[in-house]
Design a protein around this ligand. Structure first.
Ligand code: NAD
Length: 348
């Protein structure tokens, strides 16, 4: 495929607006239509990013449009079945926002459906495309601090779920932190260390002041194959509005640590007195890394590059979420691989 990919953007909410900006800026992507049931969202997209035919449902759009090459789905994670089915019926590759579904078995069913239809399904794991992620992986690959053995991942955020411009559905969903936020962090752990989790002991809960119906706090200890241990703590209802982030890895000859989810990477070998900062290129948050994700999608369609962030791979990160839910509910250590295997069996 040499001409720009004629793409329909479905969902123009908080995330869809970044997608619109990034897709319009990508020369190998041609945004041919917007879809959103909210008329104001369609009008705002026309006014902000450039007028395009607007539709209130994907079915309506696909009935009218000709020459569609691909879909970007930036819709809420519940209710994606009809959209994916429509893509499969027409053989349209899809780039879908995380999490693919709010249920592991359902997600596995979607993966099977797309594979049966030979439809590429990529998941929006934009944090993989941050320079800080690439540089962290390079430090390990080049053996700068030796082999990682244990890590502490801390994400503390006061997320006001009522703030204008932010999505509303997490306020009432079950396990909002795990499905919506920790999924990114769990994916990063698998991606950066290149190993799969074996077991997890998790406790998920809500602090007394939480505005969310489901748990916003997650504490989990993952044991990965090869022995790596990951101590994870995430919250959306931190006691302080200033965000806290630290992802520190202790390795055989030193540490790598990151103080901001979009940057601030440092390392030290065991006897070094000070941490050394790693130089990173300039970055526009939510934009630069989303553009990298989009370029990877386009390359898989136009240049026959391998599909990155495949939905099948994503199932292994969703299995970490599901294993955390079971571990917290049953107060026991859960085998993550078994959870994944069960879901795959259920859809075989
Ligand atoms: N990768 C990231 O960094 C990141 C960041 C934020 C959100 N997200 C993900 O993006 C997705 C959307 O989240 P959001 O924050 O934009 O939510 P949102 O509620 O702000 O926006 C969702 C939009 O989708 C529209 N919509 C709902 N059903 C639709 C349908 N059937 N067809 C077309 N449009 C429909 C809504 O009208 C709304 O405009 C979620 O999966 C979320 O987890 C990802």
């Amino acid at each position: 495929m040499n001409a720009p990919i004629r793409t329909v953007l479905v969902g123009l909410g908080a995330r869809g607006r970044y997608w619109a900006q990034v897709m319009h800026a990508e020369p190998r992507c041609d945004v041919i239509a917007y879809v959103d049931p909210a008329r104001e969202a369609l009008e705002r997209a026309d006014a902000t990013f450039g007028a395009r035919p607007g539709f209130t449902s994907l079915d309506q759009a696909l009935a009218v449009l000709e020459g569609v090459d691909a879909l970007v789905l930036a819709t809420p994670p519940s209710g994606r079945e009809a959209q994916l089915r429509a893509a499969c019926e027409r053989g349209l590759p899809v780039l879908v926002e995380k999490p693919l579904a709010l249920d592991l078995v359902e997600a596995a069913r979607f993966v099977a459906m797309c594979e049966d239809a030979d439809v590429p399904l990529m998941v929006g794991l934009n944090f993989r495309y941050l320079a800080v992620t690439t540089e962290r992986m390079r430090l390990y690959r080049d053996g700068v601090v030796g082999r990682p053995e244990f890590t502490r991942f801390t994400y503390e955020r006061w997320r006001d779920g009522h703030r204008p411009g932010i999505n509303r559905y997490p306020l009432t969903m079950e396990h909002p932190m795990l499905w919506e936020q920790s999924i990114h962090h769990f994916d990063l752990l698998r991606f950066v260390y290149g190993v799969e989790p074996r077991t997890v002991a998790c406790h998920a809960w809500n602090p007394s002041w939480s505005m969310y119906a489901g748990e916003t706090n997650v504490a989990a200890l993952f044991a990965f194959e090869g022995g790596l241990l990951a101590n994870y703590q995430g919250t959306w209802q931190s006691g302080w509005s200033a965000p806290g982030f630290e992802w520190r890895t202790d390795a055989t000859a030193g540490i790598v640590t990151q103080f901001d989810q979009f940057g601030d990477l440092r390392f030290a070998r065991r006897d070094e007195a000070e941490l050394i900062s790693v130089e990173l290129p300039p970055h526009e948050i939510w934009v630069t890394e989303t553009a990298g994700l989009l370029r990877a999608f386009v390359a898989s369609l136009c240049d026959a590059a391998p599909l990155e962030c495949s939905a099948r791979d994503h199932l292994s990160s969703l299995a970490m979420v599901e294993a955390c839910i079971r571990s917290s509910r049953d107060r026991r250590v859960v085998d993550v691989h078994e959870v994944l295997h069960e879901a795959l069996e259920a859809t075989a």
